[in-house]
Write a protein that binds this ligand. Structure first.
Ligand SMILES: Cc1cc2nc3c(=O)[nH]c(=O)nc-3n(C[C@H](O)[C@H](O)[C@H](O)COP(=O)(O)OP(=O)(O)OC[C@H]3O[C@@H](n4cnc5c(N)ncnc54)[C@H](O)[C@@H]3O)c2cc1C
Length: 406
């Protein structure tokens, strides 16, 4: 009987390729290229825009110059033709430079444009995508209402009634990113209220449609340069051809979009957290007290170490969730593993970003409390990451519901 060589096992183990927990070279290079481009296009006026609460002049033209509009839409419609994961890296890159721009970009590009590409018919794609991908038109998504936030489906009161070859919309939406500047909005409305959540439909509404109007931008604590506002529908007539998907099937459009959104938006949160850690390390090295750099004090080191662990853990779950969303595609989102993991990634990212930014401000001391510092801007902008796209409480409900499902 021959004794197996002790190296045989080792060799067979090395033949099994190890899972890759990091970006490949192409992804890394895209992320760095996009970070440089976002810095060149947006960093010079970011602080001033944040203080004034103003969307950058020609903001969407600048994004078009970066080549990131319609990031996950094929080139035949004017998009960049990236897969969803690569498009998410764009969000991470812009998040490092300007969270407000990243927020408006992802609402336009993922929530509206990607959703239209995934769920729109060919006529709708050809009509709307080119303008949304060349920077001439701005997109938004309208789901939340004054009395329908976390219970967006159950509480929805906006109605769409069929009248000949159009639908007549009445009601209103609130807290809509890009609402005050949007040209095209993907709007959810009830078409069969008696059917509850199964009586909702999705519509493409143009700013120019009679009966549509939008508020001025709201005054927010963070992401101040991203315009958020209310939309009003007052006998707003929408051509029937602007119905997206089948009538009363809006829930499928919405739920698949929300999973993709949670995985996608976590990338911006990762970018913001990276920047907060980077600024903290720089400051810990340059600020001196008691004759030493503050980074020499163990309590500051402890903060930095915990920020690093949170950041790297976030990176793992966020990349994993987006890679899964990329693999399953929009058709299978809205249920099962991706529903759970995307909620988990967004929950972890949002809460950890908030903690990281809190410690970053602490490391900066009094300077961090000043509104015009970048670290203060990040801190104020982190809070929305626990609220928008489903609050941190709702993310927990989604995760637990999936865990307990039979
Ligand atoms: C800056 C900004 C941008 C936004 N952009 C958009 C957009 O582009 N499009 C869009 O449609 N919406 C948008 N929203 C809306 C956002 O998605 C909602 O604010 C969010 O879903 C929460 O709804 P709400 O504000 O009505 O809070 P509510 O639903 O009223 O919740 C209030 C509190 O109660 C908790 N709560 C509610 N229900 C439960 C429950 N069952 N169990 C435990 N706790 C619960 C919540 O977690 C929260 O803490 C945006 C919001 C903001 C602030």
């Amino acid at each position: 009987m021959t004794t197996p060589s002790p190296t045989a096992n080792v060799l067979s183990m090395t033949e099994v390729s190890a899972p890759n927990f990091d970006l490949n070279d192409e992804h890394r290079s895209l992320l760095e290229q996009m970070t440089r481009s976002a810095r060149a296009h947006f960093s010079h006026d970011a602080a001033q825009r944040d203080l004034e609460g103003k969307w950058p002049e020609n903001g969407f033209r600048r994004l078009a110059d970066m080549g990131v509009l319609g990031a996950s839409v094929p080139e035949q419609y004017g998009g960049a033709g990236f897969d969803l994961f690569s498009a998410g890296l764009v969000g991470q890159a812009i998040g490092r430079i300007d969270p407000a721009v990243s927020t408006s970009w992802q609402s336009h590009d993922n929530l509206c444009v990607n959703n239209l590409y995934q769920n729109g018919n060919e006529v709708q794609r050809r009509k709307y995508l080119p303008g949304l991908t060349d920077g001439s038109r701005v997109g938004a998504i309208g789901m939340t209402e004054p009395d329908a936030g976390s219970d967006a489906l159950g509480g929805m009161a906006t109605m769409a009634v069929r009248d000949g070859d159009s639908y007549v919309l009445n009601g209103g939406k609130t807290f809509i990113t890009n609402g005050p500047i949007a040209d095209v909005v993907l709007v959810y409305a009830k078409t069969a209220p008696e059917r509850g959540k199964k009586g909702i439909s999705a519509f493409i509404v143009e700013k120019s449609f009679a009966g549509f109007s939008a508020s001025s931008p709201f005054d927010k604590m963070g992401i101040r340069a991203s315009p958020t506002g209310a939309l009003y529908f007052d006998d707003c007539r929408v051509p029937a051809e602007n119905l997206v998907g089948a009538e009363n099937n809006g829930i499928a459009v919405m739920m698949s979009g929300l999973d993709i959104e949670r995985a996608f938006c976590s990338m911006m949160v990762l970018g913001m957290s990276e920047r907060a850690v980077e600024l903290s390390v720089e400051y810990a090295k340059s600020r001196h007290q008691f004759g030493r750099r503050i980074g020499d004090f163990q309590m500051i080191q402890s903060k930095l170490a915990e920020m690093y662990v949170g950041l790297e853990t976030m990176r793992g779950i966020v990349y994993r969730a987006l890679a899964m969303a990329n693999a399953v595609g929009a058709g299978q989102a809205g249920r099962g593993e991706i529903h759970k993991l995307s909620a988990a990634a967004f929950m972890y990212a949002g809460e950890t970003c908030m903690r990281i930014c809190d410690e970053a401000v602490q490391i900066f001391g009094g300077s961090g409390f000043m509104r015009d510092t970048e670290v203060n801007q990040l801190y104020r902008s982190a809070k929305i990451q626990e609220i928008g796209g489903g609050t941190k409480e709702i993310r927990r409900l989604i995760i637990a519901r999936e865990m307990l499902a039979d």
